[in-house]
Ligand binder design. Structure first.
Ligand code: AMP
Ligand code: TRP
Length: 352
């Protein structure tokens, strides 16, 4: 391999099925990086899934489903280490140690925290205390995931850009206080994707009920896409460019989501044909929806097939997770020990 081998790490919370935002924002890059021969760590962020719960959720079951979906999408357990976050409990120790140097004001500026706070404050049925210590500390735990394996590259969607920047800041602060110990990851690319929701919201997201999922069958795909609101009077596009980055922002939001998906899935001439139809003010929403639904179902079919073909044997899944946790543990423990040493509490005598 001519290119330098990088260390790649990314995670997805097991809070439902994988959707198209997850796939095109993150998983597609996981696959490309895996094929380039980098050292890849892809995990299921079950600790992070707990940050907003108020009652028991079967995250173990959801983790197993997510694992099977990962593999059905093409993540290769031979080429990548695929593990469950909570099987690497020394991440929680690093989280504690890094928490000691992280200011509360810094965490309060996190956009995810601010957004959740606004949403929760608007929800009259707010139960328990969802604004937890864990939610505020979400970026520290995420920094711990990244720094513990010394990742250089973190493939994530645009919504996670700030979290990666916070991990960079935490690592820099640590190194300047205690000496060069942690590897600073690279910032997320400016081209990272943010796929809009089918409801026209800025982001497709599991908790917003606006997703198109990789395991949706053709009937569900068609139903979801037909349900997307489209305006009946297209105005002129206001650009001569055919580039999706120029065209899509000018469209009404939910229509923009359909065009973005069409651009990601259909041949270029099909996408351009629908741009032309919009420009000419033709009636086309029905065919746009059925065309897109066909492309989505075609994309989903092999994933669904591999998902269903995968064995569901509980013991072999556990063995898989155990083996993968074993692969990531040595590098992780080495980092935690280096951090302990750098801060001055010395090595763990229990582990030694
Ligand atoms: P989550 O489902 O929030 O755990 O996200 C897992 C990965 O998918 C992260 O890398 C996110 O940035 C990415 N992701 C989630 N939703 C979207 C979206 N609507 N557009 C692009 N990327 C997304
Ligand atoms: N916060 C990420 C999300 O919601 C999931 C995640 C947790 C993650 N730890 C990470 C992503 C470390 C990349 C690296 O999408």
């Amino acid at each position: 391999m001519s290119q330098k081998q990088e260390i790649i790490l990314s995670g997805i919370r097991p809070t439902g099925r994988l959707h198209y935002g997850n796939y095109f924002g993150a998983v597609k890059a996981f696959l490309e990086l895996q094929e380039k021969g980098h050292r890849c760590y892809y995990f299921i962020a079950d600790y992070h899934a707990l940050t907003t719960i108020t009652e028991r959720v079967d995250f173990y079951r959801q983790t197993i489903d997510m694992l099977r979906t990962y593999v059905a999408c093409g993540l290769d357990p031979v080429k990548s280490v695929i593990y469950r976050q909570s099987d690497l409990p020394c991440t929680a120790e690093l989280n504690l140690l890094l928490g000691m140097i992280t200011n509360i004001g810094f965490l309060e500026r996190g956009t995810t925290y601010k957004d959740k706070m606004t949403k929760l404050a608007a929800n009259e049925n707010m139960e328990g205390n969802p604004l937890s210590f864990g939610l505020l500390g979400y970026p520290v735990l995420m920094a711990s995931d990244i720094l513990i394996v010394r990742a250089n590259t973190v493939p994530v969607g645009d919504d996670q850009r700030q979290h990666v920047e916070m991990a960079m800041d935490i690592a820099q602060k640590f190194n300047s206080r205690f000496g060069e110990t942690l590897t600073i990851p690279k910032a997320v690319s400016r081209n990272a994707l943010r796929l809009p929701g089918l409801d026209g919201a800025a982001k497709m997201g599991k908790s917003d009920n606006n997703t198109l999922d990789l395991l949706d069958d053709p009937a569900t795909v068609l139903k979801k896409i037909k349900g997307v609101q489209t305006t009946t009077d297209p105005g002129p596009l206001g650009t001569d460019s055919d580039e999706p980055e120029d065209v899509i922002p000018l469209l009404p939001h939910s229509l923009g989501a359909l065009y973005r998906l069409l651009h990601l899935l259909a041949p270029k001439d099909v996408y351009l044909d629908f741009v032309g139809k919009y420009r000419r003010g033709e009636k086309f929403y029905g065919t746009l929806k059925t065309t897109l639904a066909e492309h989505v179902s075609k994309f989903n079919a092999p994933i669904i097939e591999r998902f269903n073909a995968a064995g569901n044997d509980e013991e072999s899944v556990k063995e898989f997770l155990r083996e993968n946790a074993k692969k990531v543990t040595p590098v992780a423990l080495e980092t935690v020990e280096a951090v302990r040493q750098a801060m001055g509490i010395g090595h763990s005598l229990y582990r030694a």
